[in-house]
Design a protein around this ligand. Structure first.
Ligand code: FAD
Length: 385
């Protein structure tokens, strides 16, 4: 498959990323701090607008270009840190495709300039990966308003977000009196006092904080509904597919970052009178991981190109994420092993890559559900999820 790649974005990203080294990202991780300087650099270069149309102030580039930017910055020191922020630009696609003109005008220029942060509040404690079984309820009030009640969990960045996209169950009665229910998306002010937030501690991904949210009678206006009521799931599935590919790009970059660190260390570290790199027992596992990441990259680019061409890409996205998560897990684990005892200590950074990569065996979708997708869509086996 031929990929049409615009290297100017990669080069711009390379220039910026080289200013934010491993020490910078280690401190961000240790202090669980928002990487403000890095964010401002991306915003100044317009990189939050890669996939946003020019009329809204974006670059109007392809999704493959966004993947390349994410992979590049992940490989150049940030690891998965940058992905968490750049993946926010996918939110723009929700509004480009399903937003009202008012929502587009208000949000897209600000998203392109990096002036807005919007978090996704979908997951609930009781439904887990079976997201369409969510219980949060939106009750219709007069004047197109809704009252939202429910709870959400594992919501990234809910402390710094300007808005949350809350998924809730709505019900409707048609002109024949027939009742139907579906899932709808609401754009909600993240600082609304009706939303109670509880911070959750986790293993890694400390570049953003994670929250449980509870809300009762959270009243929102008519203009907060995104897309048609009851149709959110059909609308969002496509965007979640893109998120899988973007995650895959970041995992390839992070896996390579770990391998490069391990290779450099192995050439300098002398034990038993020779550098450890001289041992095939050190070389071969690293080379094996490098090969896995090459395959994962090709699958990621293929899935991204299909998305850009408007073709179906769900199986390819599953192949890409499964192979990049497997490859990056192997690469970060092998890097830690190559560093020996040093690898277990924070000064050497590889433990951060190892912790962060582990999240992506369960997020945005688990390994099991990727396998179930492949079994169903590529092998014609019964749907098991
Ligand atoms: C780092 C991180 C960031 C996140 N950020 C957000 C966010 O910003 N917003 C948000 O809404 N959510 C977020 N999530 C939630 C995430 O997308 C998942 O929905 C969540 O992790 C599901 O976890 P669970 O414990 O409920 O899994 P469960 O649904 O309880 O599943 C438990 C295990 O059972 C397996 N399993 C379930 N069904 C099947 C089946 N049919 N076949 C085989 N295996 C099966 C699963 O694969 C999993 O291994 C985040 C999660 C993480 C870890």
């Amino acid at each position: 498959m031929d990929f049409s790649i615009d290297y100017s974005i990669r080069d711009e990203m390379r220039k910026i990323s080289s200013k934010y080294d491993l020490d910078y990202w280690r401190q961000i991780d240790q202090k669980a701090q928002f990487p403000e300087q890095y964010w401002n650099s991306l915003a100044k270069a317009g990189l939050f607008g890669i996939v946003i149309e020019k009329k809204w102030g974006g670059m109007e580039k392809g999704f493959l270009d966004l993947c390349i930017a994410v992979q590049e910055t992940s490989e150049r020191y940030s690891g998965l840190g940058s992905y968490l922020y750049l993946s926010g630009s996918l939110v723009s696609s929700i509004f480009s495709k399903h937003g009202t003109e008012e929502q587009k005008t208000q949000l897209l220029p600000k998203l392109a300039r990096g002036e807005l942060k919007i978090s996704i509040a979908l997951t609930e404690e009781l439904s887990g990966f079976d997201a369409t079984a969510l219980q949060t309820k939106a009750t219709k009030l007069a004047a197109e308003r809704h009252s939202l009640s429910g709870s959400k969990t594992f919501v990234n960045n809910a402390d710094l977000a300007d808005y949350l996209i809350i998924f809730a169950r709505t019900s409707d009665v048609d002109h024949q009196g027939k009742k139907s229910s579906g899932i709808s998306m609401f754009l909600v002010d993240a600082h609304n006092p009706a939303i109670k937030k509880r911070k959750l501690e986790r293993l890694g991904m400390n570049f953003v904080n994670s929250f449980e949210l509870n809300f009762l009678d959270l009243v929102v206006g008519g203009s907060t509904l995104i897309g048609e009521a009851g149709n959110a799931w059909r609308n969002i599935v496509q965007i979640f597919g893109l998120d899988r590919i973007l995650t895959s790009a970041s995992l390839v970059g992070t896996g390579r970052l770990a391998l490069n660190q391990a290779a450099d260390w192995s050439k300098k570290r002398t034990v038993f009178g020779k550098v450890i790199a001289a041992n095939q027992g050190i070389q071969f596992p690293l080379a094996d991981c490098a090969a896995q990441l090459e395959v994962a990259e090709a699958l990621t680019f293929k899935a991204a190109s299909l998305a850009d061409q408007g073709k179906s890409y769900s199986s390819e996205a599953a192949y890409a994420l499964l192979s990049s998560s497997t490859g990056a897990t192997a690469a970060t684990d092998r890097a830690l092993q190559t560093f020996g005892g040093h690898g277990y200590y924070k000064d050497y950074n590889v433990e951060r890559f190892w912790r962060d990569v582990r999240a992506h065996k369960v997020h945005p979708v688990s390994e099991e559900l990727l396998l179930a997708t492949i079994a169903e869509r590529s092998l014609g086996l019964p749907k098991s999820y």
